[in-house]
Ligand binder design. Structure first.
Ligand code: KE4
Length: 428
């Protein structure tokens, strides 16, 4: 067993001052048992804990570290920007460069507003769609996560076509009732929801490739169907690309699947590891935002110079390098290796992948929705997770999260990961 005595002492102290000892619930290892380790430093594809143990990292800070940790160009950019101040609350040139870069890389985005998290981006996009359409209801899909704004912490209410139920304490039923939660990849459910709520639905928001219930893909034609029905019904189509944006292609999932949404939410990669979110899209909708229009949205640190410097360095590198070809090579190698490992161990695994995002479900049935993901054997996942951790491979501490590969991962890292998986799956 790897010694983690310093992490254990830190966690005991953290529990005294921070709820659950963490500043974001998934980090607490409650889905897999045991205690989280504490990171001392990170570089490339690896993180080191405070006890000196190192791990190949497939969480990549939940997506931002697409170039690996402590990427030199990002570190240099942040250091240089910090010399001139850490925040102004006054427009700065970096904001304009960032906005032009996002609009240049994502054709559906004519104008963009920067904020400080994916939650802010999604919350604001929903408010904007409601203001633009003057409608209150909106559709989301089970298994898709769009941050923790009240109206988005909702699960399917009875007969999903009616209204949602709060998925968290503290969310008033009056708030949740406007949120319709439908199964993903189900065309008939969307048709029925629009029929039952005609002229009342402001928007449809989705992760085009859901990465918050593990990872599964849209069925052929599904995204095209959503684009068509929202256009016909006068509802705003919102792609939440906080995770997929700039990861699945320079223009995100919408480039990969050839769909043009009305609004898109961003986060993670565009901050280069610092806190940034953004939402953008059709100019006629975006111009409803204050100070131009009646929909209010604001943020003290929006467009922060340090976060802009880090994000610009990250995005410029994506434009310059052969990032996506490299990520595809690594992803394909990991997928092939994992499938072989599961077959050799005689363990039923569905390994879903889209570019450099992946998830292995312990089930024999294909996974295309939350219902499918829920059939995964979580006891097997828990044992597998800890087997991999002991072998120096850090996976997301939950079956219902996606894994991420960076350009800093090497073929040797993938080989080490596959060998570890072969051992961890033995006897599951
Ligand atoms: P943040 O508010 O955490 O920056 O973004 C919320 C969000 C919105 N949309 C999508 C598609 C997301 O994946 C997220 C956040 N992702 C989770 C990982 N599953 C963040 C990790 C965490 O909550 O600690």
């Amino acid at each position: 067993m790897i010694s983690r005595a310093k992490s254990e002492a830190l966690f005991a102290e953290a529990l005294r001052f921070i709820p659950g000892g963490v500043n974001s619930p998934v980090r607490a290892f409650r889905a897999v048992g045991g205690q989280p380790f504490f990171v001392q430093r990170a570089k490339g594809a690896r993180v080191w804990d405070v006890d000196g143990n190192d791990y190949i990292d497939y969480v990549c800070t939940w997506g931002p570290a697409i170039h690996g940790h402590a990427f030199p160009k990002i570190i240099e950019a942040v250091k240089a920007a910090a010399e001139h101040g850490t925040s102004f609350g006054i427009p700065n040139p970096h904001e304009v460069t960032m906005a032009k870069l996002i609009c240049g890389l994502v054709p559906s985005v004519e104008k963009v507003r920067l904020c400080n998290s994916g939650t802010e981006a999604c919350m604001s996009a929903i408010r904007l769609a409601r203001g633009f359409t003057k409608r209150d209801k909106f559709i989301k899909f089970d298994g898709c996560y769009h941050g923790h704004a009240d109206c988005l912490l909702v699960k399917a209410g009875s007969g999903a076509l009616t209204f949602g139920n709060p998925d968290s304490a503290g969310v008033p039923a009056d708030t949740a009732k406007h949120t319709l939660v439908l199964p993903f990849n189900d065309v008939e459910a969307v048709k029925a929801a629009f029929l039952a709520n005609s002229d009342q639905i402001a928007a449809v928001i989705l992760e085009p490739v859901p990465g918050n219930a593990g990872l599964y893909l849209p069925k052929p034609g599904y995204l095209e169907f959503l684009r068509e029905i929202t256009r016909e019904e006068g509802a705003v189509l919102i792609f939440d690309e906080v995770m997929t944006g700039f990861r699945l292609a320079p223009g995100g999932a919408q480039e990969r699947f050839g769909i043009k949404p009305d609004l898109t939410c961003f986060g993670k990669i565009i901050g280069g590891g610092l806190p940034v979110g953004a939402f953008g899209g059709r100019a006629d909708i975006m111009d409803y935002l204050a100070p131009l229009g009646p929909v209010y949205q604001a943020g003290t640190l929006s467009g922060n110079p340090l976060a802009m410097a880090a994000g610009l360095a990250a995005l410029e590198e994506l434009k310059a390098g052969r990032t996506y070809a490299r990520l595809e090579e690594l992803g394909a190698a990991l997928e092939a290796g994992m499938k072989d490992a599961a077959k050799s161990a005689g363990v039923p695994v569905q390994f879903n992948r889209c570019g450099s995002m992946f998830c292995g479900y312990f089930t024999s049935e294909p996974v295309h929705s939350l219902a499918g993901a829920m059939k995964s054997d979580r006891e097997r996942f828990k044992k597998y997770f800890h087997g991999m951790l002991e072998a120096g491979v850090y996976l997301a501490p939950s079956q219902f999260e996606a894994g991420f590969i960076s350009t800093a991962h090497s073929a040797a890292d993938i080989e080490q990961t596959v060998r570890a998986a072969g051992k961890a799956m033995q006897g599951l």
